[in-house]
Design a protein around this ligand. Structure first.
Ligand SMILES: [Zn+2]
Ligand SMILES: [Zn+2]
Length: 359
């Protein structure tokens, strides 16, 4: 057949979930990623998942995501190839991919604020191609991946890429959950439930889950909520006051990301308490300083740093934390469009986290 050398170069292909602008996505052929920097590795995905953040991107709420971008920032896999400067990982190692990429050297990384790494941060499935694919390139691999101990249940560890450290760091740690305290968690989706599970490390006296979906509240009860409030038919503020002797909660965790749920947190927090925001907000909220100025409260915000991932891994390994119960559905990676459909209709499908398996 002849042809030039260029035409004969084999371009390796793979399948990936590609964003094509608001409302548009497809499962299609893409070029398999290659090492670009000496600190990169290429990971073959074993299991990945879909995040509420991916739905925000598809709605057009995250405009910096370019058309043609492969989505996904969570998953576990096996190392296929390593750059020359990578010392902590080798081909064949099984790894957890952190949703946050961190160089380990910049001013923010030195303060353990990996989320604001000047060379990384949340870039996967956002500013660079992500994990909803057969292969992914991970920059700064030495600081952005975690070894999976042999014999681990890898599916359970997918929850360590994002939702467990997010619920724990942004909700529980920032919210200063303490033994004997009262906690309200507004939003009983995967992130709210991750906060519920990890809040129990500190033995709070009450954890009140608030959500408009009865199925999710039922799940919350099974996961350790002491009280549940369906705010579609109950007055959540009155109910929280009733349950707390009229004073409100020590910690109010916002795990939705809309003005109404942040507002609810402002109404239920007790004097001296903390409002810990976890939700991704696209609209401004009203801050009720006319009520709160004298209440000694703290409001915290945070993008997950994933600095607690090694600790959370130990709690899963020792069975103190059962992260697998957050998984409700499983699909082959090839069926990711169907998986998105289920995840988009989470209430109807009773879906929490969906796992995609790359065989
Ligand atoms: Zn996520
Ligand atoms: Zn850095």
């Amino acid at each position: 057949m002849g042809g030039s050398l260029k035409e004969n170069t084999i371009i390796k292909k793979m399948k990936a979930l590609v964003y094509h602008g608001p409302g548009k996505k497809s499962w299609e052929d893409k070029t398999k990623p290659a090492i670009r920097e000496s600190t990169d590795v290429i990971v073959k995905i074993i299991k990945t998942t879909i995040c509420g953040t991916d739905l925000h991107i598809l709605k057009g709420d995250v405009p910096e995501v370019a058309e043609g971008r492969i989505l996904g920032h969570e998953g576990v896999g096996v190392i296929e190839e390593t750059g020359n400067a990578v010392t902590g990982f080798k081909k064949g190692d099984h790894v957890i991919i952190s949703c946050i990429t961190s160089c380990g050297k910049c001013v923010y990384c030195k303060r353990s604020m990996y989320s604001h790494c000047v060379n990384g941060g949340w870039i996967l499935g956002h500013l660079i191609d992500g994990t909803q694919a057969e292969y992914v390139r991970i920059p700064f691999a030495d600081n952005s991946l975690y070894h999976i101990p042999e014999g681990s249940d890898e599916e359970a560890l997918v929850m360590l890429s994002d939702i467990l450290p997010t619920g724990f760091e942004c909700g529980v740690l920032n919210g200063k959950v303490q033994p004997g305290n009262t906690v309200a968690i507004v939003g009983s989706g995967p992130i709210g439930l991750a906060a519920l599970l990890t809040a129990q490390f500190y033995s709070p006296a009450e954890i009140i889950m608030i959500d408009p979906d009865d199925n999710r509240l039922e799940t919350a009860k099974k996961f350790g909520a002491t009280q549940t409030i369906n705010n579609s038919r109950e007055n959540a503020v009155e109910r929280v006051k009733e349950l707390t002797g009229g004073i409100g909660v020590d910690t109010a965790i916002e795990a939705v990301g809309i003005p109404a749920t942040f507002d609810l947190c402002q109404s239920v927090v007790a004097p001296g308490g903390v409002i810990a925001n976890v939700g991704v907000h696209g609209k401004s909220v009203e801050l009720h300083l006319e009520k709160l100025w004298s209440e000694n409260i703290t409001i915290t915000t945070r993008l997950v740093d994933t600095v607690t991932t090694p600790m959370l891994l130990k709690t899963i390994q020792s069975k103190k934390l059962d992260s697998k119960k957050l998984i409700t559905h499983r699909f082959p990676l090839n069926d990711i469009i169907k998986a998105y459909d289920v995840f988009e209709h989470a209430a109807k499908e009773r879906a929490l986290k969906v796992i995609l398996i790359n065989d």
